[in-house]
Design a protein around this ligand. Structure first.
Ligand SMILES: *[C@@H]1O[C@H](CO)[C@@H](O)[C@H](O)[C@H]1NC(C)=O
Ligand SMILES: *[C@@H]1O[C@H](CO)[C@@H](O)[C@H](O)[C@H]1NC(C)=O
Ligand SMILES: *[C@@H]1O[C@H](CO)[C@@H](O)[C@H](O)[C@H]1NC(C)=O
Ligand SMILES: *[C@@H]1O[C@H](CO)[C@@H](O)[C@H](O)[C@H]1NC(C)=O
Length: 280
């Protein structure tokens, strides 16, 4: 009973106490994360209260008279631990765990310190795939080939995509253009680009994945197959939105697509440049 009274009082005081500068912590989905609290020198902690503030306030852990308690009805129930050094450990971090934590420390003389931590949670980027759409336009007789490369990871949060071509400092603006914030690259290939390697890299704060392909292979593999010849507009109107919006479905369908001789092909590590070195 006395502990609860104290708790109520401390929570009330926490609202009044001036918060120190806040700390950013990065968490990864499925992994544990440690929320450290720095105790000022000479500050002998007697009680501590860890709270989660957003989106709604929840009590996560307390430390009273030398014993810690984490069995509160919070979203962290059953997967939080308060270490002796007052570090709060959250096991199996979830995307929804992002938000602000507050630690309230009381010393043996009744002085209060508060610490604020912001937890940002990311999912590791994985299952990256590049799809190649070929378009034989008016220039096909000249041996040219226009390809649309769409890159998508079916897992990962806050992912940004970029493209590069092996041995090129930057992509030539005349023959390359980007769509969908860089997720889609359109390339005008000529006979001189037979062995050109293109790499898509997907990055977020906690991970990075790349896939490399040789787009030219897709140009001539399907030559003469009427169904594989895409019109420019078909690609923009049908194929691209589908590929970009339903990329996870597409990725799940990789195996299926491999088996059929489909209208498009999904590149994988199997036709990576490493597997077929480019002659210098
Ligand atoms: C606190 O203790 C835990 C478990 O022993 C440890 O993993 C963590 O690094 C410690 N924190 C600090 C700030 O030393
Ligand atoms: C946590 O992430 C979700 C989306 O993943 C976002 O809507 C929300 O605003 C974030 N909350 C905080 C407190 O950052
Ligand atoms: C992810 O990106 C969105 C905007 O694209 C941003 O609002 C959000 O805060 C980011 N989340 C993290 C955890 O960085
Ligand atoms: C055909 O190729 C030439 C150069 O090789 C280029 O200038 C022209 O824009 C291309 N036409 C189309 C329709 O892509």
């Amino acid at each position: 009973m006395a502990a609860w009274l104290l708790l109520t009082l401390l929570l009330y005081q926490a609202l009044l106490a001036a918060a120190h500068g806040s700390v950013q912590v990065t968490g990864i989905v499925g992994k544990p994360v440690l929320l450290h609290v720095d105790v000022p020198p000479g500050f002998e902690v007697r009680d501590a209260i860890w709270r989660y503030l957003s989106p709604k306030e929840e009590l996560v852990a307390t430390f009273f008279r030398g014993s810690s308690e984490t069995l509160y009805q919070s979203r962290f129930h059953g997967r939080s631990r308060l270490h002796k050094n007052l570090t709060l450990e959250i096991g199996q971090v979830e995307l929804g765990d992002n938000g602000t934590f507050s630690a309230l420390l009381v010393n043996t003389r009744g002085h209060i310190e508060t610490r604020t931590l912001h937890l940002a949670v990311y999912e590791v980027v994985s299952q990256l795939a590049v799809q190649v759409f070929t378009s034989t336009g008016q220039n096909s007789s000249a041996g040219a080939c226009e390809v649309f490369l769409t890159c998508g990871a079916s897992k990962g949060t806050n992912v940004t995509y970029s493209w590069r071509r092996a041995e090129a400092a930057q992509l030539h603006a005349g023959t390359h253009s980007f769509f969908e914030a860089g997720q889609v690259l359109r390339v005008q290939l000529g006979p001189g680009d037979r062995t050109a390697c293109y790499t898509c890299t997907a990055v977020n704060t906690v991970s990075q994945v790349s896939v490399t392909i040789v787009p030219w292979k897709h140009c001539h593999k399907e030559e003469g197959v009427a169904a594989s010849k895409y019109d420019y507009r078909d690609i923009l109107l049908i194929a691209l939105p589908l590929a970009v919006l339903a990329i996870s479905m597409v990725t799940m369908g990789i195996l299926h697509s491999w088996k059929r001789s489909g209208k498009h092909r999904i590149a994988s590590l199997a036709d990576a440049c490493e597997a077929e070195p480019v002659p210098v």
